[in-house]
Design a protein. Structure first.
Lengths: 167, 295
C-alpha cells in the first residue's frame, strides 16, 4: 500500500527530504533567499491541500512544478545577486597572503559572473555544483532533456571562462 | 562525433575523447575551467533551518474545508442486470470471494473500481491475475454491476454468462433461471449456445429452453434503492453524505484519503460499518446525533 501523503509522518519526511534543494533551486532563480523560503512554504502548503491526489512517488515533481509556477507568477524586480558562503578554508601553510587575496578576489568575480548568467544556465550550473545533482536528475526537475542540460552547462562554463580575461 | 556544444559539460563528467583532452590542455582551456570549478566547489548556501521551517509550515496548515451543499458527486447505481444462476466456484490463490450474509447488502469494488453490489444471500468470486485482459466474475445469486470501461467484463453463472460491453447492469440468478436487465450500455447474454444482446431499457428472462424478452421502464434495480455509492471520493464527503442521510454529524479522526465503496440508507450501524470496516477504523454513536469515527 503506497504511503499516504496525508499522513503527518509521510508529509513531514517529504519536507525533510526535499525542502532544502527546493529552496536552493528557487534561490538560484530569484537571487532572493526570503522569497525562495516563502515559495517553499507555499509549495508544501499546496501539497497538503492536494494530498489525497498526489502519490508519494510524484510528490517531488509536484513540489518543484508548483514552486516554479508560483515563482513565475511573482514579478521579478531586482537584478539577481547571489551570495555564497565559503566552505572549508585551506589550511595549507605554503600559501602566501598574496595567494589568499587573489583567490578570494577570484571567488568574488566568480560569484558576480554566476549571478549575471542567464537564469536557465545559472540554475542548471548551481544545481550541479552546489546541490551535487547529476544531469539526469536536473533534466527531470527542470523538464528538459539531458542533452539540453549539457548544452546549458557548456554555455555557463563558456561564460564563466571570461573571468580569466579581465585580470 | 560528440557535439562541440556540450564539450565542457562532458569534460566535467570526464566524458571526453583523448583528442578532445589534448586540445583542451594545449589551448589552456583546461586550466581555466579547472580554476573555475575549484573555486565553485567551495561555494555553499546559507544554512536552511528545516526544523524552524517545518514548525512555521505546520502552524499555517489549516484544515478547514468548505463542504459542498449539493452533492453532485454522489453516484447512485444507475443500472443493473439481473442474472439468476446456480454457479460453482473454483478457488485459486489470487481469487477473491465475497458473500453477502442475509439481511445485508454487500458493496464491493474491484481493483479497477468497478462496483459490485450483492443482494442478500448472494456471492461472487473472481481472480484478478489477468484483469487487464479479461475480467471474469463468478456469481451465485443476484448482484448489480457498475463496470468501468476496460477489458471485457464477464459475469459467469452456472446457467449462462453475461458479457458487459461497457455499462451498468443487474444480474439475477436463482432457481435455474436467468434474468438480465440492462439500463445503460450494452450487455450480451450467452446461454446454452444461444445469445441475446440487450441495450438500454431491455431485459431478458431465460428458464429452461424458454427465453422471454421484455422492456423495462425503470433505470436501476428495484431492490437497490437506498444506497450511496462512491468511487475514489474524499472521505470527508462520504461522511458528509452519511450525515445527511441519517441526520447526524460525523467527527472523523483519521487521515485524509479517498474512499471507494458505499453504504445503505436503512440502518446506521450497517452504514457506518460499511465505511469504517474497510478502513480498519471504529465508530461510536454519541448523544445529540454525533458520531465519532476513530482508529
Amino acid at each position: 500500500m503506497a504511503d499516504n501523503v496525508c499522513k503527518e509522518e509521510t508529509y513531514q519526511s517529504l519536507f525533510y527530504t526535499h525542502s532544502e534543494h527546493l529552496r536552493n533551486f528557487l534561490y538560484y532563480k530569484s537571487g532572493n533567499l526570503a522569497q525562495a523560503e516563502d515559495l517553499v512554504q507555499d509549495a508544501f502548503s499546496k501539497l497538503w491541500e492536494n494530498c489525497e491526489d498526489v502519490t508519494f512517488e510524484k510528490a517531488k515533481s509536484f513540489l518543484f512544478t508548483v514552486a516554479n509556477n508560483l515563482f513565475l507568477n511573482q514579478i521579478q524586480h531586482q537584478k539577481v545577486v547571489l551570495k555564497f558562503e565559503s566552505r572549508g578554508h585551506s589550511e595549507r601553510n605554503d600559501e602566501t597572503p598574496q595567494f589568499i587575496l587573489e583567490e578570494s578576489e577570484f571567488k568574488k568575480k566568480l560569484e558576480g559572473t554566476i549571478s549575471s548568467l542567464p537564469e536557465d544556465q545559472r540554475t542548471v550550473f548551481l544545481m550541479n555544483r552546489i546541490d551535487k545533482k547529476k544531469y539526469r536528475e536536473i533534466a527531470e526537475i527542470v523538464g528538459i532533456s539531458v542533452k539540453a542540460v549539457e548544452k546549458r552547462m557548456h554555455k555557463a562554463l563558456t561564460h564563466l571562462r571570461k573571468i580569466h580575461k579581465d585580470v | 562525433m560528440p557535439d562541440q556544444d556540450t564539450l565542457y559539460a562532458r569534460w566535467l563528467n570526464g566524458d571526453i575523447s583523448p583528442e578532445e583532452e589534448k586540445a583542451l590542455r594545449s589551448s589552456g582551456e583546461w586550466a581555466e575551467l579547472d580554476a573555475i570549478i575549484n573555486a565553485a566547489n567551495s561555494f555553499t548556501l546559507p544554512r536552511y533551518d528545516q526544523d524552524d521551517a517545518y514548525k512555521a509550515l505546520k502552524s499555517k496548515k489549516k484544515d478547514t474545508r468548505v463542504l459542498p451543499l449539493n452533492a453532485k458527486w454522489i453516484m447512485g447505481i444507475a443500472a443493473s442486470v439481473s442474472v439468476l444462476v446456480a454457479a460453482y466456484f473454483v478457488l485459486t490463490p489470487t481469487h477473491t470471494q465475497i458473500s453477502a450474509a442475509y439481511a445485508e447488502n454487500q458493496i464491493h469494488h474491484t481493483s479497477d473500481e468497478s462496483i459490485i453490489v450483492l443482494n442478500d444471500g448472494s456471492s461472487i468470486s473472481y481472480d484478478e491475475s489477468d484483469w487487464k485482459n479479461e475480467r471474469i466474475v463468478n456469481l451465485i445469486g443476484e448482484a448489480s454491476f457498475d463496470v468501468i470501461e476496460g477489458s471485457p467484463f464477464i459475469v459467469q453463472t452456472a446457467y449462462g454468462q453475461v458479457e458487459v460491453l461497457g455499462t451498468t447492469f443487474n444480474v439475477r440468478s436463482w432457481d435455474n433461471a436467468i434474468s438480465v436487465e440492462c439500463y445503460t450500455g450494452r450487455v450480451k447474454v450467452t446461454y446454452g449456445g444461444k445469445e441475446a444482446v440487450l441495450t438500454k431499457g431491455k431485459g431478458v428472462k431465460i428458464a429452461g429452453n424458454n427465453s422471454t424478452s421484455f422492456n423495462i421502464d425503470h433505470n436501476s434495480a428495484k431492490w437497490q434503492s437506498g444506497l450511496s455509492i462512491f468511487r475514489s471520493e474524499r472521505i470527508e464527503n462520504v461522511f458528509f453524505e452519511l450525515g445527511r442521510q441519517y441526520n447526524v454529524v460525523v467527527e472523523y479522526e483519521g487521515d485524509r484519503m479517498r474512499f471507494s465503496g458505499g453504504f445503505v440508507h436503512d440502518d446506521i450501524n450497517n452504514a457506518l460499518y460499511q465505511i469504517t470496516g474497510p478502513l480498519g477504523m471504529s465508530y461510536e454513536i454519541k448523544p445529540d446525533n454525533i458520531v465519532r469515527v476513530f482508529k
